[in-house]
Design a protein around this ligand. Structure first.
Ligand SMILES: *Cc1c(COP(=O)(O)O)cnc(C)c1O
Length: 364
């Protein structure tokens, strides 16, 4: 039997009886954009993350753009983020006319490297958008030591980190604000597009609410040119149901990751976990020799291994001319070595064992 990277249908099968009534209630309510289902989810998710405010949006990318804009960041301002992230970490910065500046990663944890961040600071720097890559929280203490004396904002790209912890505190509440994605493949995923920001600041929350709704706080009165980035009511209802299962799903992912760690062949090195971090195991990423050959061998056996991400942001054609090969050597080296193995809550121990067996054969 093939083993996919992620099996969203297995999750739906386990939730069907809870999800259908929640969806029906929205359909019958006549309220399809924002509304009570979204408000209830915002409240629950803020409480879960341990922050005062959550604002529901249409995507994680919108969360990045609107949170930065709400903080007054715009054209000419520089925001530092990770070279080895999903493209949207930089894209959200570019969308508001600000300038993404990249930092290299730690070679062991693959997380944004504070020393590289510090070197990237210029007089135009306004914020650091730390990425909790693969779900593992970035080194927020070291980053705070950099931002605090300079009066810079420290924000989280927590798109992959729903439920992750750093020294017992949940991602989303580790800095001056956080961006979440609820894209279907994330640990907490909608049945469509969705995202949110979390913030301790009521004025920032109000500003994002205004920006997401055409720059208007009062219907048909537009204070600024905003966006249409409201969360759908259906997604709010789905996320409200799924949030109640997140801890249990994350625990199952952590258990599978432990099994992987025990059974992996010696040549496969898992990405290191830093002290004090408790990742939600969004992705289980290893480094292997001859990665492309190993990936092809696994895929040929029906194992849905994949690469997150094959091309670092600085080498994407969208930013051609801005950077060159060699600018972020650690990110480039990792991109040639990493491999994500199948991981989802509904997976069985036997499937984890099967992946490890196939990996052993491929590496032999
Ligand atoms: C998924 C993701 C995003 C973007 O989220 P969308 O909802 O797809 O717009 C941003 N940053 C990271 C690190 C992500 O993984």
């Amino acid at each position: 039997m093939p083993i996919p990277l992620l099996d969203l249908r297995a999750q739906y099968a386990s939730l069907k009886d809870e999800i259908r009534p929640a969806i029906d209630a929205v359909l019958e309510s006549g309220h399809y954009a924002l509304g009570p289902a979204v408000e209830a989810f915002e409240k629950d998710f803020a409480a879960y993350c341990g922050v005062a405010h959550c604002v529901g949006l249409n995507s994680g990318t919108a969360a990045i753009a609107l949170l930065l804009q709400a903080h007054g960041i715009g054209p000419g301002d520089e925001v530092i983020t990770a070279a080895n992230s999903f493209f949207a970490s930089a894209e959200g910065i570019s969308e508001i006319g600000a300038v993404p500046v990249l930092a290299d990663c730690d070679p062991e944890t693959a997380l944004i490297d504070p020393a590289s961040v510090e070197r990237a600071i210029t007089p135009k720097t306004k914020a650091i958008l730390a990425v909790h890559l693969y779900g593992q929280p970035a080194d927020m203490e070291a980053l705070r030591a950099i931002t605090k004396p300079r009066g810079l904002l420290l924000l989280e790209d927590a798109a992959q980190a729903q439920g992750s912890l750093l020294r017992g505190k949940r991602a989303g509440g580790l800095a001056d604000g956080a961006c979440f994605s609820f894209y279907p493949g994330k640990n907490l995923g909608a049945y469509g597009e969705a995202g949110a920001i979390c913030t301790p600041d009521p004025d920032i929350a109000a500003r994002v609410r205004m920006l997401r709704e055409h720059g208007s706080a009062k219907k048909y009165h537009h204070d600024v040119v905003g966006w249409n980035e409201r969360m759908d009511a259906l997604q709010g209802a789905v996320l409200g149901v799924k949030l109640r299962h997140l801890e249990h799903w994350n625990a199952a992912r952590r258990a599978h990751a432990e099994t992987y760690r025990k059974l992996l062949p010696a040549a496969a090195k898992p990405i290191a976990q830093a002290d004090g971090t408790d990742t939600n195991r969004h992705l289980f990423v290893i480094r292997v020799p001859e990665r492309d050959r190993v990936l092809a061998a696994l895929n040929a056996q029906g194992i849905g291994a994949a690469i997150h991400y094959p091309v670092p942001i600085h080498l994407q054609p969208a930013y051609a001319g801005r950077w060159k090969t060699g600018d972020f050597p650690r990110a480039e080296k990792l991109a040639g070595e990493i491999l994500s193995l199948p991981l989802y809550a509904e997976m069985t121990e036997e499937q984890v064992e099967e992946v490890c067996g196939a990996l052993g054969t491929a590496l032999a």
